[in-house]
Design a protein around this ligand. Structure first.
Ligand code: C2E
Ligand code: MG
Ligand code: MG
Ligand code: MG
Length: 286
């Protein structure tokens, strides 16, 4: 199964329990060591046009290549980092690393490259977010149109007025904002209209129910339609089957992301996908 393949050699060791048990100070020193020893890696998953398969952007997804425990996925370590606040430091490293990768790809491939970065609550509300991002863009000599920031509805709704201000500041320098896991939160498309949002990413739990649950299928159709009406790009997350892709295309959904096209892969491998269309692949193929 592709998810297991993605997990690599992840062990039964539970890093969440471990970090929780060892406490905040230990977590911070482990993070520093991991950053210093370059144990974190960024994998990239293509987002493709459903019509034609052109790669439109990449999503950066962090992994922890732990010396003893193998490749750890975000769910294994981000919750504790969010609790302790170390996620902000990881995020700063990630934004810098992604900008360096964009600069390298733009040189090698000589075309526009756009990468989306996920922001957790803590990262979004960190006072230095705007300067972290603009500094990284400047240092690597890339334009704001190369970077997308993904946040969830719950980040916005936790303090809508303050969130609108932060999003507007980011937008003002040219950075696009995407709503991740759309449909799982409490907000309505109508409420989101008041925010500088460029795209909705429909949560994979909806996509996996296409043609299985009638109501969810219709909900996806409505989200796609309303998104288009509001002039938003709509991305379907977690597309695993050609049936899902076909149905989404018929609904008018322009872009998708999922194992049907490609899993998240290391930068070098992702770079080889730039500039060539990605058709559906056999799920067992990596
Ligand atoms: P997300 O942003 O919604 O990312 C999509 C997740 O779905 C990724 O899991 C990706 O590997 C997985 N995925 C992609 N295609 C498919 C598919 O076809 N089927 C299925 N079942 N899954 C698919 P991953 O990499 O484990 O990341 C999980 C979550 O962790 C992300 O959800 C995001 O919220 C968070 N995350 C990942 N990297 C970062 C990061 O650098 N910073 C922050 N703050 N959060 C991150
Ligand atoms: Mg995301
Ligand atoms: Mg998502
Ligand atoms: Mg998610």
């Amino acid at each position: 199964h592709a998810k297991e393949a993605e997990r690599g050699t992840a062990s039964v060791f539970d890093p969440v329990m471990h970090l929780r048990a060892t406490g905040r100070l230990r977590a911070q020193s482990e993070l520093r060591t991991a950053l210093a020893e370059e144990q974190f890696v960024v994998h990239y998953q293509p987002v493709v046009a459903l019509d034609g398969g052109a790669l439109t952007q990449m999503e950066a997804l962090v992994r922890w290549n732990h010396p003893d425990r193998g490749i750890l996925l975000p769910a294994d370590f981000l919750p504790v980092m969010a609790e302790t606040g170390t996620i902000v430091v990881l995020g700063q490293w990630l934004i810098d690393t992604v900008c360096a990768q964009i600069a390298q790809w733009q040189q090698e491939y000589a075309g526009p490259v756009t990468v989306a970065v996920n922001l957790s609550h803590r990262e979004f509300w960190a006072t230095q977010l705007l300067s972290t991002v603009t500094t990284a863009l400047e240092q690597h000599g890339i334009g704001p149109e190369s970077l997308i920031l993904e946040i969830t509805e719950s980040v916005i709704m936790s303090d809508p007025d303050a969130a609108r201000q932060i999003m507007s500041d980011l937008h003002a320098v040219g950075i696009r904002m995407h709503i991740d896991d759309f449909g799982t939160g409490q907000s309505s498309l109508h409420a989101l209209r008041a925010f500088p949002v460029d795209a909705l990413k429909i949560d994979q739990s909806f996509i996996h129910q296409i043609d299985i649950d009638h109501q969810t299928t219709e909900l996806v159709r409505i989200i796609v339609g309303m998104g288009r009406t509001l002039g938003l790009e709509v991305v379907a997350e977690g597309v695993e089957t050609t049936a899902q892709a076909d149905r989404l295309r018929t609904m008018g959904c322009a872009t998708a992301q999922g194992w049907l096209f490609a899993a998240a892969v290391p930068g070098e491998e992702a770079g080889r996908m730039l500039g060539r269309p990605l058709g559906p692949r056999v799920p067992t193929q990596r």
